[in-house]
Design a protein around this ligand. Sequence first.
Ligand SMILES: NC(=O)C1=CN([C@@H]2O[C@H](COP(=O)(O)OP(=O)(O)OC[C@H]3O[C@@H](n4cnc5c(N)ncnc54)[C@H](O)[C@@H]3O)[C@@H](O)[C@H]2O)C=CC1
Ligand SMILES: O=C(CO)COP(=O)(O)O
Length: 365
Amino acid sequence: MENAEELFRVAVIGSGNWGSVAAKLIASNTVKQSMFHDEVRMWVFEETLPNGRKLSETINQENENVKYLPGIKLGSNVVADPDLLNSVKEVNMLVFVTPHQFVEGICKRLVGNIRPDAEAISLIKGMEVKTEGPCMISKLISEMLSVNCCVLMGANIANEIAVEKFSEATIGYRQDKEAAQRWARLFSTPYFLVSAVPDVEGVELCGTLKNVVAIAAGLVDGLDMGNNTKAAIMRIGLREMKAFSKLLFSSVKDSTFFESCGVADLITTCLGGRNRRVAEAFARSGGKRSFDELETELLQGQKLQGVSTAKEVYEVLRNRGWQSLFPLFTTVHEISIGLLPPTAIVEYSEHARNLNLLQGAVQLH
Ligand SMILES: NC(=O)C1=CN([C@@H]2O[C@H](COP(=O)(O)OP(=O)(O)OC[C@H]3O[C@@H](n4cnc5c(N)ncnc54)[C@H](O)[C@@H]3O)[C@@H](O)[C@H]2O)C=CC1
Ligand SMILES: O=C(CO)COP(=O)(O)O
C-alpha cells in the first residue's frame, strides 16, 4: 500500500452466479471491517435483459443480479459497473471470478490500468494451454498484470452459499502469508469458513480438475449406473487429479487434497454441480445432443468449465505422451467430442489396466 492509513478497496471482476455470491460475501465484510472501504465494485459483462433493461442498471436498482442470482440481495454497498477500467479505478484488491475462457481478454484490457500495488485473487476454476505448456489462471493474471495472485477454491456451490448455508473454502498462496490472511478476512463469515495453505498450484489444480471428474460423474448418472459406480468414478478421478497435479508441479502437497478445495469440492460438484447436470443430460441423449446446446438450454447464460478443461488437460496429456496414464481424463474428453459413446466412461477393463500403469509411473502413496 502506498499509504499505510489508506483503506483497502475491492473490485469483483465478474458477475455470474459465483461472482455475485462472492460480491455479497465480501460486501457483508467490508461494511464491518474498518480496514476495507465499504463500497465493492462489481464489473458486469453488460447484456440486455428480455425486458429491454441493461443488466448492470437492474443490479443497481434492485440490488439483485436478476439473471445470474435471482432472489438474493447483494448488499447496498455493491455497485455494478459495466465499464471494466472504471470498476478497477483506485482498487488495490482485485477478485477475479469469470468463466476461465474470458480471463486473458479481460487481463489484456487491464494491463497498465490497475494500481501498481494491487493484489489479486482468482476464484476461477480452469487453465489455459499455451505452446510452452499449461498455464494456471492465477499465473496468467500474475504475469499479465505483474501482481501477486492467490486463489480461493472449495466446495462452494454458489446458490447454497447465497442462502448462507455453512461451507468451507481454501485459499492457496505462494509466499505472501499476510496477503492470504487479508483475503481470508475479506471472505470469511460465520457460514463461510476460509483457511489458507501455501500451495497455490495444488489448490488451483484441485478446483480445475474436479470439473472434469464431475463430467464423468454426470455421465454415470445419465447412464443410471448407481452410487457405487459414481463413487468409483470419483475415486479414480481423485487419483488422476493428484497424479496430474504432482506431475505438473512437484511442489503440490498431498495434504491439499484433504482441504475443502480437494475432496470436498469433488464430492459437492459430482453431487450437485452444473457440470454434472449437463453431462447427465448429454448421456441421456445418447451423446446425440452437444454439450454446447445443452449448456445453452439448461444453464441460461451460465458457463460449464469441465468440457473445455477436459480438452485442455487432454492437450497436455497428448503433448507429453501421458494419455494412457490418465484413462478417466482422456475418456471424458473423447466422449465430449463424440469420439466415444457415453458408455465408454464405465468400460473398466481398460481403466484397470491403465491404472496399474499409473501406479507404476507416479509415486501415489
Ligand atoms: N457457480 C458456482 O457454483 C461456482 C463457480 N465457480 C467458478 O467461478 C468462475 C465463474 O463462474 P460463475 O460466476 O458461476 O459464472 P457463470 O457460469 O454464471 O458465467 C456467466 C458469466 O460469464 C459472463 N460472460 C459471458 N460472456 C462473456 C464474455 N465474452 N466476457 C466476459 N464475461 C462473459 C456473463 O456475463 C456471466 O457473468 C468459473 O471458473 C467457475 O468454475 C467456482 C465455485 C462455484
Ligand atoms: O465449483 C463448483 C462448486 O465448488 C461449481 O461447480 P459447477 O460449475 O459444476 O456447478
